[in-house]
Write a protein that binds this ligand. Structure first.
Ligand code: FE
Length: 291
């Protein structure tokens, strides 16, 4: 299916730490709370790309995939039904909380609440990041990508490709700290991947969220801003082999990681060839010593 990563909901134990991290480190802005009390974070013209809910999990609560129009939403619902999965229609309260026109939801193979919607709410004012001068690369390519720690990678791949119609970008088969890792990268628009997953030695369902900037300078500046702010680093600057993104990774106040990057190549389905890479990066992305 054609879609975009519309928003993600996160349960966070320290809202104030997140408010500071989101605004001062990531350069997002905080909007007025949604009707259910969730704190929305903006990164473009959408009313929210993140919704923060206070709670102990410090992990992803739900992922929202945006499609264009009611026909596309019905098509997604039909695909799920043919696979024996009942997607429930959102209640009026859920529609209001997310600020969307129409929404269905179901649990994915990792037990993550997954929402498909159309008609997002847009922010009152034009967005300008106070920190990311060039702006975030979003629009129809969505807010970025998420990498999920999958319980069963094969089942997860079958579900997203065969049931929902996400398209394969590539695989990375490598070794991380002595453990073999098989990572799957899927796209739903020209962004190289909107969803990736692997079975990881990681204590959370959400491994990281990626933000793409419109200039390399914003990645470099963010890298040093993180150090100045004492934000824990995970992986230093490097370039990925598969999407060729130049990025670095730090650790959010909830313990999962964030990636800020620039310069990823895009997928043209007409000419794309699926490959398996044996390394994560061409250079860099060296683990930082922290903790
Ligand atoms: Fe990533």
């Amino acid at each position: 299916m054609d879609a975009q990563l519309g928003y993600i909901g996160i349960e966070v134990s320290d809202i104030e730490a997140w408010r500071r991290f989101a605004t001062e480190m990531l350069g997002l802005s905080v909007a007025l709370p949604r009707p259910d009390g969730a704190l929305p974070l903006r990164m473009d013209d959408h009313d929210h790309r993140f919704l923060l809910h206070e709670g102990p999990a410090d992990d992803v609560a739900y992922v929202g995939w945006e499609v264009v129009g009611t026909a596309a939403l019905t098509a997604a619902k039909d695909r799920l039904a043919r696979a024996g999965i009942v997607a429930r229609a959102a209640t009026d309260a859920e529609i209001e909380a997310r600020g969307v026109q129409e929404m269905i939801h179901f649990d994915d193979p990792n037990g993550i609440r997954t929402e498909i919607f159309h008609g997002p709410a847009l922010g009152l004012r034009a967005f300008r990041s106070a920190k990311i001068t060039s702006g975030f690369k979003t629009g129809a390519r969505g807010m970025g990508h998420v990498l999920v720690n999958a319980r069963d990678v094969v089942k997860t791949e079958r579900f997203y490709r065969d049931v929902l119609g996400f398209r394969l970008s590539d695989y990375v088969d490598t070794e991380l700290m002595g453990t073999p890792v098989h990572a799957v990268f899927l796209h739903v628009n020209p962004r190289h991947h909107s969803l990736a997953f692997a079975g990881l030695q990681f204590p959370k369902r959400l491994h990281h969220v990626m933000f793409e900037t419109n200039s390399l300078d914003d990645v470099g500046a963010a890298f040093y801003r993180a150090q100045d702010m004492g934000v824990p680093m995970a992986l230093g600057l490097g370039r990925h082999q598969n999407d060729r993104m130049v990025s670095f990774y730090g650790i959010t106040p909830s313990g999962f990681w964030f990636e800020i990057g620039w310069g990823a190549r895009e997928v043209d389905d007409e000419t794309w060839e699926v490959k398996t890479y044996n390394a994560v990066s061409d250079w860099g992305h060296r683990p930082a010593s922290h903790g």
